[in-house]
Design a protein around this ligand. Structure first.
Ligand code: DX5
Ligand code: ZN
Length: 221
């Protein structure tokens, strides 16, 4: 898969959500990234199904929902019903047996299953799940808020993870989420990432369409 930007709708202007969604449709973005926060797993609450539904009604690119919530299993079917194609859950949010069970539920509902890992979680923890997942979300910041500073060590984590995935011959894509901008996107791509979530870098200042194009061209340089 060719590397692409997944704009995080959390940074969109919610007063103009329809227009922001249409702008992403017209942009070079590959996916819509939906950040779901419950105020328990992370110290913030973002948005829920009504907002996802409004985006889904207009979105013309695949939707990728990132669940930063406890007990994600409860909501798998509802995200499938919304038309979400890629659904990630956090390694730190559930205990082992539930983690595998939820990943398999995600696939049973016809979605691609992702495992997200916090900056403090070593990449090696995904090894035992490589056959159960379609993507790993390597967090570049602690989940909960957009606009945070990128942890530089993320690039090395991506490189190590890429080696692990290649050695296992698993078909698993690497997404980087949090703090991605023009200064680090090329390095992250060279390290082996394919999907780049951009919140503030896509929506803060100027036109999102141009910001997404600028990120994409930085990545291709
Ligand atoms: C963080 C979210 C990210 C974040 C991205 O908890 O998962 O998707 O909103 O925003 P930026 O790109 O501003 O870090
Ligand atoms: Zn996210």
């Amino acid at each position: 898969m060719k590397p692409f930007i997944a704009p995080s709708m959390l940074s969109a202007d919610f007063g103009n959500l329809a227009a922001e969604t249409l702008t992403v449709n017209e942009s070079e973005a590959g996916w819509f990234h939906l950040d779901i926060m419950d105020g328990v797993f992370v110290p913030n609450i973002s948005f829920g199904f009504p907002v996802c539904k409004a985006i889904a009604a207009l979105a013309r690119k695949p939707m990728d929902a990132h669940l930063m919530i406890v007990e994600p299993d409860k909501y798998v079917q509802r995200f499938a019903d919304l038309g979400v194609e890629w659904l990630s859950i956090h390694y730190e949010a559930c205990s082992r047996p539930y983690l595998r069970k939820t990943l398999s539920h995600i696939r049973q509902y016809g979605m691609k299953a992702g495992l997200a890992i916090n900056p403090a979680t070593p990449v090696e923890c995904v090894i035992e799940f490589l056959r159960d997942i379609d993507y790993v979300v390597v967090m570049g910041v602690n989940p909960g808020f957009s606009g945070q500073k990128f942890f530089e060590c993320t690039t090395e984590k991506v490189a190590v993870l890429k080696e692990i995935i290649d050695a296992s011959e698993a078909n698993v894509l690497i997404q980087v989420d949090g703090g991605v901008d023009k200064s680090n996107i090329r390095m992250l791509r060279d390290a082996g990432a394919t999907s780049f979530v951009a919140g503030s870098a896509a929506f803060t200042g100027g036109s999102p369409k141009e910001a997404i194009a600028a990120l994409a061209s930085e990545m291709e340089l």
